[in-house]
Design a protein around this ligand. Sequence first.
Ligand SMILES: Nc1ncnc2c1ncn2[C@@H]1O[C@H](COP(=O)(O)OP(=O)(O)OP(=O)(O)O)[C@@H](O)[C@H]1O
Ligand SMILES: [Mg+2]
Length: 288
Amino acid sequence: MNDQAEALRNLVTIQEKLAAAKQTRIVTVTSGKGGVGKSNFSLNFALALQKRGYSVLLFDADIGMANIDVLLGTPAEFNLFHLLKREKTIWEIIQTGPGGLRFIAGGSGFKDLVRLSEADLDYFAAQIGQLHGHVDFLIFDTGAGLSKETLRFITAAQEAVVITTPEPTSITDAYALIKMVKTMGHDVSFRLVINRVADEREGQQTASNIQQVSKKYLNIELPLLGYVPDDSHMIKAVKRQTALSIAYPDSAANRGIERIAAAYLSEDKAVEAGGARSFLQRIRRLWG
Ligand SMILES: Nc1ncnc2c1ncn2[C@@H]1O[C@H](COP(=O)(O)OP(=O)(O)OP(=O)(O)O)[C@@H](O)[C@H]1O
Ligand SMILES: [Mg+2]
C-alpha cells in the first residue's frame, strides 16, 4: 500500500467527519488575453457574493504576481509562498481585507508549482483540503493565458468564468483557452462574462459571437453570466487601491458585477456528490 494514498484516505475521512454542512464550490476566473479585468472582477464578484450572505475566500492564483493585495491596498503579511514553503498553515495565510473579504495573496519571488517537492505538494494539498466546508466559494483569480499553472487552476474548479472584452483578440484568445481545456477532456463548466462593453448590445453581440463558434466547433453551450460596462470608476478604484464595490458601489461597472453575482446565484446548480472527497480530488489536480 502506497503511504501517500493511505495518508490521503485518512485525511479524506477526517475531512468528511469535520466538514460543516457547506459544500465548498471552486470557481476559477480566467481569460485568454491578459489585462481584460479578471482580478478586478474576481475581487468585486467575491464582495458581491459576500454581501449576499455567502462566505468567500479569494485566492490569488496569479502566483508570484501579487494582484489582489495591491488592488486592495492591503499588503499581505503572509502569502502563498509561506504556505508552499511550509512556514505557515493555510489558516495563518488567510488575510482579511476591506469589507471583511478573506483572501490569500499570491506572493512574489516564485512562479512554478512544479518545482516543489512531492512532500511540499502534499502539504499544500492537505492544507487547501482543510478549507472544505469552511467557505461557500473558493475563487481562484488566475494569471493570463494558457500557462500550465492556470490550466491547473481551471481543471481544479467545477466552474470557470471566462472573461473577455469585445475586442476580437480577446475573443479569439478566450475561445482558444476554452478549446484547449475541452480538448483535454476536463469536466469544467464554462460561463462567460463580457467586460468593458459600451452598451448592452455590444455585450450581447460579443457573447453570441463566441457562443456560436463554441457550439459549432466544440459542441458546447457557453452560458452568458452577464456583462460589465466600460466605466472610468473602475480605473479610479484601481488607482485608489480600493475595491470598486467599496469606492463606487453605485457605479455602472459595479452594478454590472452585482447583476452577475445575482444571476450566478440564481442558477440551479447540482451540488457535486462526494463532498470533501471530491474537493480534495479537485485540489490535487493543481499539479496533476
Ligand atoms: N469594466 C472596466 N471598465 C474600465 N476599465 C476596466 C474595467 N475592467 C478593467 N479595467 C481596467 O483594466 C485594468 C486591468 O484589470 P485587471 O488587473 O483586473 O485585469 P487582469 O485580467 O486581472 O490582468 P492580468 O491578466 O494582468 O492579471 C484595470 O486596472 C482597469 O484599468
Ligand atoms: Mg490579474
